[in-house]
Write a protein that binds this ligand. Structure first.
Ligand code: SAH
Length: 222
């Protein structure tokens, strides 16, 4: 990263993450290292490291840095784990997961956003998308998961669901963890769902606000 971006990323990590309780060193390091300004639209580049969600194209958003870090910490990713991410969006969260050493399968329903994220990730991430690389990027309805590469140690959903899609319970490894915003279209609770044997345990975390998860086992389009 250039000097200015490094300064801004360091400040973001301290004031927005550490001061609010994010403490996993690997997560903090990933948030410092991944150049967030590369993933935001050109018009928002001056605000790339600010304490806000930012608009992407097609009414979608790149989450606030704190939400990305907090969700990633809740997910408890370790190197070598396989992670299914639903809602690639800008690809920023994908890059954070890859930086943590996860094998990421990410699904996006918008072809335009996926193409844009693919170009940026190929440039920014050491394990660029391609044959044998740790990031797999798929254009599909993510409410159905992706059975071909299941089970997943972790599933992270970055769009708001009315209820947990069946596919996620089935495609989670045992033990496994799912982090998903659950609620209505306008406000949700971040839920952490742990799978152990036949049991699923739900722990509710903070209130949050995500764009809707639109698909067969999610919300219908407007
Ligand atoms: N994690 C992203 C932000 C995602 S915004 C980032 O870091 O930038 C939510 C994304 O979920 C949007 O891009 C939206 O198009 C996508 N989405 C919504 N429903 C989906 C579905 N059923 N399958 C895959 N992607 C979906």
């Amino acid at each position: 990263m250039d000097d200015q971006a490094t300064i801004e990323a360091d400040r973001m990590v301290k004031t927005q993450l550490v001061d609010r309780g994010v403490c996993d060193p690997a997560v903090l390091q990933a948030m410092r290292a991944v150049p967030r300004h590369r993933f935001v639209p050109q018009v928002s580049i001056q605000r790339a490291y600010s304490d806000h969600a930012l608009a992407l194209e097609f009414g979608q958003t790149i989450s606030q840095p704190y939400i990305v870090a907090h969700m990633t910490e809740l997910l408890a990713v370790r190197p070598g784990m396989t992670v299914l991410e639903i809602g690639t969006g800008s690809g920023y969260q994908t890059a954070i997961l890859a930086h943590l050493g996860a094998h990421v399968v990410t699904i996006e329903r918008s072809a335009e956003l996926l193409d844009c994220a693919r170009t940026i990730l190929a440039d920014v991430c050491p394990g660029a998308p391609g044959a044998g690389a740790p990031i797999r990027m798929l254009l599909a309805d993510g409410t159905l998961g992706h059975i071909q590469e299941a089970p997943y140690d972790r599933i992270l959903v970055t769009a708001a669901a009315p209820a947990v899609p069946d596919a996620y319970r089935q495609q989670l490894a045992d033990p496994g963890r799912l982090v998903i915003p659950l609620g209505d279209r306008d406000s949700q609770i971040l839920a952490v769902i742990d799978k152990l044997g036949d049991h699923f345990t739900r722990t509710d975390d903070i209130a949050c606000r995500f764009v809707p998860l639109v698909g067969e086992d999610g919300w219908s389009p407007d």
